[in-house]
Design a protein around this ligand. Sequence first.
Ligand code: C2E
Ligand code: CA
Ligand code: CA
Length: 398
Amino acid sequence: IDLDRFKAVNDTRGHDVGDRLLVEVANRLRGCVRETDIIARMGGDEFAILQAPLDGPEAAMALAARIVERLGAPYHVGGQRLLVGASVGVALCPDHGCDPQTLLRRADLALYRAKLGGRGSLACYAPGLEEDTTERFVLEQDLRAAIASDQFTLAYQPVCDTQSLAVVGFEALLRWRHPVRGAVEPRLFIPLAEECGLIGVLGQWALETACAEAAAWARPCRIAVNVSPAQFRAPDLPARIAETLARTGLDPRWLQLEVTEGLLLEDTDAVLETMRALRAQGIGITLDDFGTAHASLSYLRRFPFDTLKIDQSFVRSLGEDAGAQSIVQAVLTLAHGLGLVVVAEGVETEEQLALLRAMRCQLVQGFLIGRPAPAARVREQLWSAADPLLPAGQAAAG
Ligand code: C2E
Ligand code: CA
Ligand code: CA
């Protein structure tokens, strides 16, 4: 069991708070197990549980799920509300080994795998995980080489006005064409780039390329660029972006940065300062994937966002699940009350679009309206289209 975000708590709130948090974690772990199970702290923020006797593999996974859930609930330590999650890796005796070293090593590999799935995940060891980790190592080497050898491109997906479907901007999305594997998904290589410290270089490349591209468009449009938390936390970000804008000749008002909720959990004062500096330059900031992590509504007021993107998972359930519709409606009401523009992403059906129109969501993005396309195609489209620009094959509404 490994805690997520513990280091940040320790660094920003002090070791005393960190220590008390660990005690609280241990108490919660105690509440998850039976009398016969053994809990140990392996060091730092790592714990292990020896679950014996075991009523089959399902019981181990059920315990892992319980731990992820209980440890993920907010903590109140010294008058502060803290969020730290946990990831869990499971190995079984005798299936995966019969000596402690092998079992621990394999549980560790499973934990490593779980973490690849994001925070608060769990995984069980499976034969082949060793090779998988080697493969990951190879991919990391390839990623380093790829940056140097032009294997990245950006695809641009239109963002449209919900009522008229006129294009108001594009989101730049990274694409990696690996010489042997072919296209590698961002879902795979972005977390890898984050973990091995390459996201700074890669993110700067994406920013620079997207700005240069947008500066050359026949009709000025907004360009949204995704920025990872690690990249955002670099103290020189506002200065570097100002330089990039000056070099590429893009007016700051066309640039929109997209950040996720994860950024807002740590180091809030520094993040706030960076955001204010960017907004002062005229740059917009979007809260991406809204509703997927520990979104606290207070973030919307505390941080100077101007746009909010409702996550695809809610949009996908529109029309199928009344709950999703209520959530989207509530988010829209709240965002509009705060003066924020709302983008619904992942719009795939006419029905979803109709519901979003009825609910007065201003902007939409999704496969129904336009898929991410290469730069040349977008450039051509922008040269040839009369204003308002409509994506190919779509008719204006009403
Ligand atoms: P995201 O920022 O949420 O981007 C939207 C993702 O949804 C894109 O996936 C896009 O292709 C996909 N998408 C758009 N419309 C639809 C739809 O109607 N249906 C479905 N099923 N999917 C749709 P993609 O390109 O694979 O990117 C995945 C993620 O990778 C992005 O999620 C973003 O978090 C990250 N990413 C991409 N480019 C960059 C980058 O330059 N920097 C950073 N830091 N992250 C990036
Ligand atoms: Ca995005
Ligand atoms: Ca998103």
